[in-house]
Write a protein that binds this ligand. Structure first.
Ligand SMILES: Nc1ncnc2c1ncn2[C@@H]1O[C@H](COP(=O)(O)OP(=O)(O)OP(=O)(O)O)[C@@H](O)[C@H]1O
Length: 309
């Protein structure tokens, strides 16, 4: 089995709302697969269908070789799911939290399982600290430990680092990479671009529709965006306002004393920008479009297409 997740045409409605539309997704064993998209685009719903907590209205496929419709109990036994708003018992220590979870799941050889996961996630030294007294990063690590006690081969992590500081997020991701190197597959949703860049592959979903999948290079190349960077000491806000009015310009974003100007068609964009490039006081440089530019462009194009339909 080389695919940890292999689903095709999954659909889910809530009432008359088509929340996930024809989702097809393949995640290889040992791969870290990033799942991105705006709020409410259907990421959590997709994850819940993959781990057997929600039944798709239609579609088929397998998770760890088990059928996503008929073998949900087996999927739950082999998948670790970290929910967006995980809960810990704040007045229990790290070790007590893990032991409590092991009891809830009726695990055999509980002390061994708790000790193993404490060691695996570097929590041994802190095992007697109260969960409520931990920083956001350590709480996140404890939540990861909790969903790994039954030694899952696939982790489904729903925004595991939301609200955690950059250093703790980086350490959390070091941990994810270690697990992937051991053969554990990871599907992780995130809104952070630095995290997206740490994935082997990405998928971007908007309004329930998967718009692109692939490696970062493939995703960026797929949109063929053209990007210019403008820098200058003054006048950038006024320039940005003028540039936004140009039909050839899709996005204008300020980064300190620089603007990124993005378009879809190189010749059109270059021609439209030429008069502005004659003005004094600004330096223009062609740059590569980034992942965030691509995602924003994908989402805006999708919304325009839907509104035109
Ligand atoms: N149980 C439910 N009943 C009705 N509507 C729901 C239910 N769960 C989710 N939805 C709706 O489905 C849509 C997709 O929600 P979902 O939580 O899957 O998105 P998401 O991409 O995970 O968002 P976020 O990034 O904010 O977590 C939203 O419009 C949400 O309000």
């Amino acid at each position: 089995m080389t695919l940890a997740i292999d689903v095709r045409g999954l659909n889910k409605h809530f009432g008359d709302k088509h929340v996930v539309q024809d989702l097809s997704l393949q995640v290889r064993k040992g791969e870290i697969f990033g799942f991105l998209g705006p709020n409410g685009s259907g990421k959590t719903t997709s994850i819940r269908m993959l781990c057997g907590l929600l039944t798709p209205d239609s579609g088929a496929g397998q998770c760890l070789g088990y059928d996503v419709i008929r073998e949900t109990a087996a999927i739950k036994r082999h998948v670790g799911y970290m929910t967006q708003r995980f809960s810990l018992w704040e007045d229990l220590t790290i070790r007590e939290n893990l032991d409590f979870i092991a009891r809830m799941y009726g695990m055999k050889r509980r002390p061994q399982a708790v000790n193993a996961v404490l060691a695996k996630l570097g929590l041994e030294e802190r095992r007697n600290q109260l969960a409520g007294a931990l920083s956001g990063g350590w709480k996140q690590r404890l939540a990861l430990a909790a969903c790994m006690m039954h030694e899952p081969q696939l982790l489904l992590l729903d925004e595991p680092t939301a609200g955690v500081d950059p250093r703790a997020r980086r350490e959390f991701w070091d941990e994810i990479h270690k697990l992937a190197a051991e053969g554990i597959s990871v599907l992780v949703s995130t809104h952070y671009m630095d995290e997206a860049e740490r994935c082997h592959k990405l998928a971007y979903i908007a309004r329930g529709k998967l718009l692109v999948t692939g490696t970062i290079k493939q995703v960026i190349a797929s949109q063929q965006l053209v990007a210019w960077e403008v820098s200058g000491d003054g006048g950038l806000p006024a320039l940005a306002e003028q540039l936004r009015k140009l039909p050839a310009v899709e996005q204008v974003t300020a980064f300190g004393s620089r603007l990124h100007v993005i378009g879809a068609h190189e010749a059109e964009l270059d021609a439209a920008l030429q008069p502005f490039q004659q003005q004094n006081g600004f330096q223009w440089e062609k740059i590569d479009a980034g992942l965030e530019d691509v995602f924003i462009s994908l989402m805006e194009r999708h919304i325009r297409q839907q509104e035109a339909a």
